[in-house]
Each structure stands twice: as structure tokens, then as C-alpha cells.
Design a protein around this ligand. Structure first.
Ligand code: F6P
Length: 342
């Protein structure tokens, strides 16, 4: 059996641990051949690959980024090979199937391949934690860790100046990073894409904190919308998968809070710091297990599936249940946090 491995979409901590887990199982346990493609589907289209073996994955689990590189190059885009081209490439490279490591866009592509008769198995990576059917995706825990530390730091400087501090975090249309980091660091207001709030309500929470002599900490997810807004704040352009690039709500919100409350307010946009650096132990373990489970699925011919985490166990779920969907924060999770705002 010969398997093509690639990472597609935005990177995240834990990718290398996943590749190592897959290769150690696939090559060492099953005796399969693993071929790594550089920069996602671009490497497949441009014939840019290298053999993955025990030596190539030595010591990489703690490393951030990805030894494979990634891109948002779509196999179905203008320069992509399309289904017919991919089938030719698979013959050329003698591949039985692909292990595709990615988030929403990547799993959707994997499902399209599966429907077209191309073998694919997905591994769930994304700091956004917005993949359906899995409790967690690797990368998320590290991003939450980074965001939590940032809020802790904003707390001390905010308190010195009696300012309101706003932190914008990533997550696209899901508020998981904001919710978890906000709870972990004891933020006073947590604003998510899933639940619009009015400026009046936000200002009231901020004022309430200020009246107690505290510096208010507001965490806002990049996809948050005020009540009445239909679109999130965007940077212009798209992300390569046809989705608008989000970002900038932190500054907008900080200006509005200051204007409305008269409390000096500063915004910090955490940005790609959330995606860089070494993965947490949790992400390394999850990614290693996901890689190994992916190699097991290859050996059993369980194509058309994605590795998921259910509780503490890995499981295989159909790609069709994941493709095109976004796992958002449910109301009960928001409500339990919202009760503590202000
Ligand atoms: O999906 C991961 C993510 O980091 C999102 O949270 C964010 O909106 C987006 O990718 C940023 O993408 P890029 O790296 O293209 O700026």
C-alpha cells in the first residue's frame, strides 16, 4: 500500500506530530509506503514530494509548523488537476489513496474526492475547533493556551491604567477559542460569532466592571457581529477557499466602547501568534493518536472517513457528516459563560 500525505489550509501546532504518528504506524507497523507532498495539493499538482520514513519524522512531534508545508491550493481550482488529473497522478505515483490533514475546506475536498472514487481519509486539524463530529481538533488547545496567556498579560497592564482591554482572537465563524480562553483567563465579556450582542449591553458590562475598580477584559472572536449586523468585519479578499478573510472587529469594538463609556480602551489583535510555536502536550498526544488512527484506517481500507475524538477515544466518522459543516458554540455553553459577564 502506498499513501500520499498532505496538509492543506491554515497551519496549526500539532501537524508534525500527526505526520509522525501516521508514518510510525503506517510504515513501521504495516510496512506501507508514505509519500509526503509539499504545500498541500500544490505539491500533488506540481509533482513535489518526498518519501516519509522513520528518519524523516525523527523528533518532529514538538515542532510547530509543518515539515510538509501547506497551502490553500485547491485541486479543483484553475491550476488544480481536477478529478481526472488526480487519477493520472495517482497512477504516476502508484498511490492507493490520500491522508489529508486539514480543517473544514480540506475535509470537504476529501469528501468530493471520495465521491469521485478517489480514496481519502481526513485528519482533523484546526485551531478553530469548528469541525463537526469531533470533540476537539488538534491545534485548538495550543491556540487557547496562547490566547489565555495574552489575556492574563492584558489584565496586568489594563489594571495599571484602569483601561478596558479588548483582545481579538481567531476562529472564523466559531467562537471556541474566545470562549475557552475567555473562561480560562476570567474575561469579563466574551463575544462570539454565534451570538450577537448590542453595544448598549457590552457597554453596560464594561461600566459595571469599571465601577468595581477593575480593568475590564473583553475577548472578541474575529467573526463577532453586533446585533443588526449581517456580515462580520473583513480584511478584504478571500482565504483561497472562497471565504472572506475576517479581522478588525477588535479595533472597531474598542473605539465604540471608549466612545460610549468614556473609559480609555485599547485593542490587541492576537493574529497568527495563535497558530505558531510548539504544540501543547494535549495537542501532541491528540495529533499523534489521530495520525496513528489514520494509518490504521488506511490499513483497513476505511476510506471516506475522518479520524475524530469522541470523549477520550479516537473514532472514524464519515467525511459526508463533516463536509461543508461548521461546529459552532451551542447556546448552553454561551449561556453558562454569559451569566458571569460584567
Ligand atoms: O482557520 C484557521 C484560521 O487561523 C482562522 O482562525 C483565521 O480566520 C484564518 O485561518 C486566517 O487565515 P490566514 O492564515 O490565511 O490569514
Amino acid at each position: 500500500m502506498r499513501v500520499g500525505v498532505l496538509v492543506s489550509g491554515g497551519d496549526c501546532p500539532g501537524l508534525n506530530a500527526a505526520v509522525r504518528g501516521a508514518v510510525l504506524h503506517g510504515v513501521e507497523v504495516y510496512g506501507h509506503d508514505y509519500l509526503g507532498y509539499r504545500d498541500g495539493w500544490r505539491g500533488v499538482a506540481k509533482n513535489d514530494s518526498f518519501i516519509l520514513n522513520r528518519n524523516r519524522v525523527r523528533g518532529i512531534a514538538p515542532l510547530g509548523g509543518t515539515i510538509l508545508g501547506t497551502s490553500r491550493f485547491s485541486p479543483f481550482g484553475d491550476e488544480g488537476p481536477g478529478i481526472a488529473g488526480l487519477k493520472e497522478i495517482m497512477k504516476r505515483d502508484q498511490l492507493d489513496g490520500f491522508l489529508t490533514i486539514g480543517g473544514n475546506g480540506t475535509q470537504t475536498v476529501a469528501q468530493m474526492l471520495h465521491e469521485a472514487g478517489i480514496n481519502a481519509i481526513g485528519l482533523p486539524k484546526t485551531i478553530d475547533n469548528d469541525l463537526e463530529e469531533t470533540d476537539y481538533s488538534f491545534g485548538f488547545d495550543t491556540a487557547v493556551h496562547v490566547a489565555t496567556e495574552a489575556i492574563d498579560r492584558l489584565r496586568t497592564t489594563g489594571q495599571s491604567h484602569k483601561r478596558c482591554m479588548v483582545l481579538e482572537v481567531m476562529g472564523r465563524d466559531a467562537g471556541w477559542i474566545a470562549l475557552h480562553a475567555g473562561i480560562a483567563a476570567g474575561a469579563h465579556v466574551i463575544l462570539l460569532p454565534e451570538f450577537a450582542e448590542s453595544l448598549d449591553q457590552i457597554s453596560e458590562w464594561v461600566r459595571h466592571v469599571h465601577e468595581r475598580g477593575r480593568a475590564s477584559l473583553v475577548v472578541v472572536a474575529e467573526g463577532f457581529k453586533f446585533k443588526g449586523m449581517s456580515e462580520g468585519v473583513t480584511k478584504g479578499g478571500d482565504d483561497g477557499f472562497g471565504r472572506a478573510r475576517l479581522g478588525g472587529i477588535g479595533e472597531v469594538l474598542a473605539d465604540k466602547i471608549e466612545e460610549r463609556t468614556g473609559i480609555e480602551t485599547r485593542a490587541t489583535i492576537l493574529g497568527h501568534v495563535q497558530r505558531g510555536g510548539v504544540p501543547t502536550a494535549f495537542d501532541r498526544v491528540l495529533a499523534t493518536r489521530a495520525g496513528a488512527a489514520g494509518a490504521d484506517a488506511v490499513a483497513r481500507g476505511q476510506w471516506g472517513t475522518m479520524v475524530a475524538l469522541r470523549g477520550t477515544d479516537t473514532a472514524l466518522v464519515p467525511l459526508s457528516a463533516v463536509a461543508g459543516k461548521t461546529k459552532q458554540v451551542p447556546l448552553n455553553r454561551y449561556d453558562e459563560a454569559r451569566r458571569m459577564f460584567g
